[in-house]
Design a protein around this ligand. Structure first.
Ligand code: MGD
Ligand code: MGD
Ligand code: MO
Length: 672
């Protein structure tokens, strides 16, 4: 028997980007573990990724090109075809459309893998050379990301490891134990050394269970709470005047707004008590250093961008940035920007063209849109990779109708027959992280990682990069940039400061970032100062206050945070993980269930004017009165009656960044 160890990187859309150690016996992966030597991974993996071999060798892996037979409104039927036939046919169809207008070809991708090479490196080159429509990749983080950039110039924050030294940790809009496990280890370390942990989340999550305090505010009211905290910091003069004076622009305006938000008003809007506001402000001023871990949960509402701005400014008011263990972290991804090659996707291949941009978050409307001067041509072809839009995009009734268009030519690169693959004309088998080369940055820590392939591709699967190289050739595009190998792409991914030799031998390289990067200000804005002007509370589209008539019909606010054992819609088909999750659940408070005569364990429907989602009711203290939690992004076909939670979400966009407002959603619930 031959045994090898291969160093990898977890490809998933998660802040932790773990360093992996893959054990291969007789050319089969038998174990995937977290590397003990990598500081933030520290030898631990989440349950999901430790099941990686089960996912990779899953009997339902797509291992050959498949071509649709039958209509898109019927049960999916496919036949196996050769790569040659698939590529020739796809190229012929795309060429025909491109001859009329390449902008009618729409790429659709997100972060199924976060790798730079299997993400956009070769794909971007192909789309640029073709002049295909561009995609605004807004579905997850662009409200908060735009807000951070507006405030601090980039997506920057404190080091995750320094949370271990904080005396107060505010976990704001994050179920860290589920979605950011390796941060939680540092938070726990702080707690053992006496830190207070506070969780701000409408849902009583497993993270809230482990914190000293849980503030269960109404969804979409975080901006009001942040203004209330500022109010208290100002009234009690708990401010670091020197820090504000030297490093913040727009303070007089923000100060004026905050003074309009006394704790009683905040309590009313947020559905909490005035004492909770006062107490949190007192702790934030007294327990130093104070660190805030925001996550993207809180920005999936209409006012998400402004809420992130306001929360991100709190450390400027108290000067928390002066200490390595003070400040805020939402994303660390901006730290990588100076080390990444902005030309990797070869924007020069656009040769001056500026194809239209379609927002991925409104793909339902986009697929149903007719040609018009404002929109441009009707979408005629869709190439999907690293994403499962039929399950994850908002208002799925429209997304499904769009994908069911018989005149739409859809190609999906996938590991599995997802809800999206079921509606394709061609499904092309893609490799998993164990079968291809890649390099990774992160959005929780600040290390660059390399992923070495551990095994040869299974079946006829190919890396995304290779599929796009071959498609480019079939399309007759012959620019040398479209022929470069993955090794050549890796060599171009970063600036010279990143040592590829070290990445190959050690597997990762940390970026040199100061311990307390903003102790003396120096934000990445043009003048180096934090920008506070304009930040304000923006209420939800759908709430009792902003839409009383809608709320009379649909009185429950529904949020749909991730299930712990899935990653967005990935892993839903891994049986051992699905068994832990059980079934699609809607958590509801006992009082709301009693008022509707609904019994725990019964099948219920959450509905509104957009759609109807059926799931099992769980009467649970995890839900606060007036708010229901529809967990996880289940595959529709593995859910109840072919539905998932995005049946009821809407396509209206956030205040900043044009992102979806998934958690800004009113429903009514009845027995199904
Ligand atoms: N296990 C697991 N891990 C994941 C993911 C997953 O699906 N499963 N998803 C990954 C992805 S794509 C991302 S973007 C990241 C981050 O993913 P996020 O979507 O930020 O996920 P969470 O950290 O679970 O944070 C969401 C939390 O915000 C809460 N929340 C909802 N609405 C509000 C609100 O209005 N205000 C406040 N304060 N809280 C609110 C939810 O109840 C939930 O507990 O995690 C990644 N990690
Ligand atoms: N209601 C509601 N909806 C949500 C959310 C929510 O909290 N509530 N969360 C939102 C968030 S934060 C996000 S980030 C999006 C995520 O949405 P997506 O980015 O679509 O994420 P996944 O659902 O994980 O789907 C990724 C797909 O990529 C495939 N894949 C993985 N690696 C590769 C590869 O190397 N090659 C190819 N070809 N395919 C690969 C996987 O098999 C999987 O099917 O969903 C959003 N949708
Ligand atoms: Mo995400």
């Amino acid at each position: 028997m031959t045994t090898r160890t291969v160093y990898g990187a977890c490809p998933h859309d998660c802040p932790d980007t773990c360093a992996l150690q893959v054990t291969v016996e007789n050319e089969r992966v038998v174990k995937v573990q977290g590397r003990a030597e990598h500081p933030s991974t520290h030898g631990a993996l989440c349950t999901k990724v430790s099941r990686y071999p089960e996912r990779t060798y899953h009997p339902e892996r797509v291992l050959h090109p498949l071509k649709r037979v039958g209509r898109k409104t019927e049960a999916p039927r496919f036949v196996q075809v050769s790569w040659a036939e698939a590529l020739a046919d796809i190229a012929a169809r795309l060429k025909d459309i491109a001859a009329r207008d390449p902008q009618a070809i729409q790429p659709y991708s997100y972060a199924g893998t976060m790798g730079l090479i299997q993400g956009e490196a070769m794909a971007g080159r192909l789309w640029n050379a073709l002049g295909a429509a561009r995609l605004d990749r807004t579905i997850c983080a662009s409200a908060g990301g735009t807000a951070l950039a507006a405030t601090y110039g980039h997506k920057l924050g404190m080091h995750t490891r320094h949370f271990a030294g904080a005396k107060l940790i505010v976990i704001w809009g994050s179920n860290s134990i589920a979605s950011n496990l390796h941060f939680w280890t540092y938070a726990n370390q702080a707690r053992r050394e006496g830190a207070k942990l506070v969780c701000i989340d409408p849902r009583k999550t497993e993270t809230a269970d482990k914190c000293h305090q849980h503030i269960a505010l109404l969804p979409g009211t975080d901006g009001a709470l942040a203004l209330g905290l500022m109010h208290e910091l100002i009234r009690n003069d708990w401010l670091d005047h020197d820090y504000i004076e030297r490093h913040v622009d727009g303070w007089p305006e923000l100060r004026g707004k905050a003074l309009d938000w006394p704790p009683e008003r905040v309590a009313e809007v947020c559905g909490i008590t005035a004492d909770e506001v006062r107490g949190l402000a007192r702790d934030y001023a007294a327990l130093k250093p104070a660190a805030i871990r925001m996550n993207y949960g809180l920005q999936r509402v209409r006012g998400g961008g402004n809420a992130v701005r306001l929360i991100a400014l709190l450390p400027c008011l108290t000067g928390a940035w002066r200490h390595p263990s003070g400040g805020v972290l939402l994303s660390s991804s901006g730290w990588f920007a100076p080390y990444k090659n902005p030309e990797l996707e070869r924007p020069d291949l656009l040769a001056g063209r500026q194809p239209r941009m379609v927002n991925m978050s409104t793909i339902g409307d986009a697929l149903l849109a007719e040609a018009s001067p404002a929109f441009g041509p009707r979408i005629e072809a869709l190439v999907v990779y690293n994403s499962n839009p039929v399950a994850v995009a908002p208002e799925s009734p429209k997304v499904v109708r769009g994908f069911q268009r018989e005149d739409l030519f859809t190609v999906v690169l996938e590991h599995f027959m997802t809800d999206t693959a079921d509606l394709a004309d061609y499904v092309l088998p893609a490799t998993t992280q164990l079968e291809h080369l890649d390099v990774h940055t992160a959005y929780g820590h600040t290390d660059v990682l390399m992923n070495q392939p551990a095994i040869a591709p299974l079946g006829e699967a190919k890396p995304n990069s290779q599929i796009f190289r071959e498609l480019a050739a079939a399309l007759g595009l012959d620019h040398p940039a479209l022929r470069e190998t993955d090794e050549e792409l890796v060599a171009q991914a970063f600036t010279a400061e990143i040592d590829l030799g070290l990445l190959r031998t050690q597997g990762w390289q940390p970026l040199p970032i100061p311990e307390a990067p903003f102790a003396e200000g120096g934000f990445r804005t043009p003048n180096g100062r934090a920008q506070a002007a304009g930040a304000d509370f923006v209420p939800n589209y759908e709430s009792v206050q902003s839409a009383p008539e809608l709320a009379a019909r649909y009185p429950l606010a529904m949020i749909s945070p991730p299930a712990r054992n899935f990653l967005n819609s990935s892993f839903v088909n891994v049986k051992s993980l699905r068994d832990i999750e059980g079934e699609p659940l809607i958590e509801m408070h006992a009082a709301d269930a009693a008022a509707r005569g609904l019994a725990d364990g019964s099948l219920v429907a959450a509905y509104n004017d957009r759609g109807r989602y059926v799931a099992r009711l769980k009467v649970s203290p995890r839900a606060r009165p007036g708010v229901v939690n529809g967990l996880g992004v289940w595959w529709r076909k593995l859910g109840v009656q072919g539905t998932n939670v995005n049946e009821v979400t809407h396509q209206r966009l956030t205040d900043m960044g044009n992102a979806p407002a998934f958690y800004d959603c009113l429903v009514q619930i009845e027995a199904a």
